[in-house]
Design a protein around this ligand. Structure first.
Ligand code: KE4
Length: 427
């Protein structure tokens, strides 16, 4: 297949956008490929500017749980647009959005909308520090929570993929108060509290990790974090930017029965437009301006178009059978990918929760970032390129997750599995 038009646009892009992309992982550098420039998305498929069509397993990194260009979502956005795009003043739909989030996430007694997951986690951490009067935070090695300075400390996702342990430009002072512990390791959290005791404001955690590849919490891990934070007067922040409305309608906190103090949402709640949210206990949230001393703001926070799109997606997700279907599709794909790798005699393991998964090229088990990093990333790069040549658009990193949508059919999944078998046997 020709990708000449993508390549020529990429040359233009590199002259005016750093790396030719507006988000590093899209550059496909860790999989030895040039990025495709996309012209259109429809259901489970995307088409690049050269007219090549692919089954899409990125789904815009999670938001497109209904697939691309869902008619009901496009109609909702068009209707909202006819009333205007942004007002810089409150609108009723923002209230409906907050009420809908609170109904699905009872721990989020109060909710504030903003425009990205990074803003949500950055704001939640500032709020935790303001509420507790403490400076230190704990994050996990390989955990990615967006690119706020205090979180780019051995982050996962883009940073992990690019092999940058933290990031240049993050001053020592901004990173000094961030403690990094291995995922699924309660002893290290206990040790952090023993050492830093009453100075830890919060733990921020992906309750199901999606940025070291997909890694599920081991039994007792989340419960342990809940009790450790309660014991020491620190807050438990669930970063559910990926898992919110993905791991189930009520996210990971419903799936595992844990009540965090604060929750961050993103991706799906914007319905494909820029929107995110954070929220939690009312006594904490009331510390936020204009009520309290913790400042947080945003020009397009609660944008009416994004609110409308997000609500339209959430309404469809609330229908009976949604998550059974996503589980069935995810199981079909996960079982098929693992069988393909096993048939090819390739050391591999498949981590999956519902419709989100990662095929690791290591014997496994993969339970944290260190074990994820034992994967054969060269083999993953070859796999990515072979699959793209066969019409399947995978996330361009071993340390990311594949996302299945309700637009994918059993036949789409079987086509992906056939492509995987051919790709892996070829390699
Ligand atoms: P955004 O600022 O990209 O909207 O959200 C940051 C974020 C926060 N928390 C979690 C758990 C996340 O996964 C993310 C962003 N995810 C990455 C990919 N895993 C987005 C893709 C990109 O960076 O281009």
């Amino acid at each position: 297949m020709s990708i000449q038009r993508s390549l020529s646009i990429f040359e233009r892009a590199k002259a005016v956008i750093p790396g030719g992309v507006n988000s590093p992982v899209r550059a496909c550098r860790s999989v030895g490929a040039d990025p495709l420039f996309i012209a259109q998305g429809d259901g489970a498929r995307i088409t690049d500017v050269d007219g090549n069509t692919y089954i899409d397993l990125i789904g815009s990194w999670g938001p497109l749980i209904l697939g691309h260009s869902h008619p009901a979502i496009l109609d909702t956005i068009a209707e909202a647009m006819s009333q205007g795009t942004t007002f810089g003043a409150p609108t009723e739909i923002e209230v409906r959005f907050a009420e809908t989030i609170r109904a699905a996430y009872p721990s989020m007694q109060m909710v504030r909308a903003l425009s990205s997951g990074t803003e949500a986690t950055m704001s939640a951490l500032r709020l935790a520090r303001g509420f507790t009067g403490r400076a230190k935070i704990i994050k996990t090695d390989g955990g990615y929570h967006g690119h706020a300075d205090c979180l780019l400390v051995s982050a996962g996702s883009g940073a992990a993929t690019l092999g940058i342990p933290g990031s240049a430009g993050v001053p020592e002072g901004a990173a000094r108060d961030t403690i990094v512990v291995p995922y699924n390791d309660l002893a290290s959290v206990e040790a952090a509290f023993t050492t830093h005791g009453a100075d830890i404001a919060a733990i921020i955690i992906e309750p199901i990790a999606g940025n070291m590849g997909l890694v599920a919490p081991q039994p007792g891990y989340l419960e342990g974090l809940r009790s450790i934070t309660q014991k020491h007067g620190a807050l438990l922040i669930f970063d559910e930017v990926i898992t919110g409305f993905r791991a189930g309608f009520g996210g990971a906190q419903e799936k595992y029965g844990i009540t965090p103090d604060l929750t961050c949402l993103g991706k799906i709640v914007g319905g494909g437009l820029p929107a995110a949210a954070f929220g939690g206990r009312a006594d904490i949230m009331q510390k936020l301006a204009p009520l309290g001393p913790v400042y947080q703001a945003g020009t397009l926070s609660g944008n009416p178009l994004a609110m409308a799109a997000g609500l339209a997606v959430i309404e469809i997700l609330a229908r009976p059978g949604t998550y059974d279907r996503l589980e069935a599709l995810g199981k079909r794909l996960g079982d098929g990918l693992l069988a393909a790798a096993t048939e090819a005699g390739i050391p591999s393991c498949l981590n999956r929760v519902g419709s989100v998964m990662t095929l690791f090229f290591t014997a496994g088990p993969v339970t944290d970032y260190a074990s994820a990093k034992s994967s054969d990333t060269n083999r993953f790069g070859k796999f990515f390129r072979n699959m793209r040549d066969r019409g399947v658009f995978l996330p361009p990193s071993q340390f990311e997750a594949m996302f299945v949508s309700l637009a994918h059919t059993d036949d789409d999944i079987d086509q992906v599995i056939a492509a995987a078998r051919a790709s892996l046997l070829a390699s």
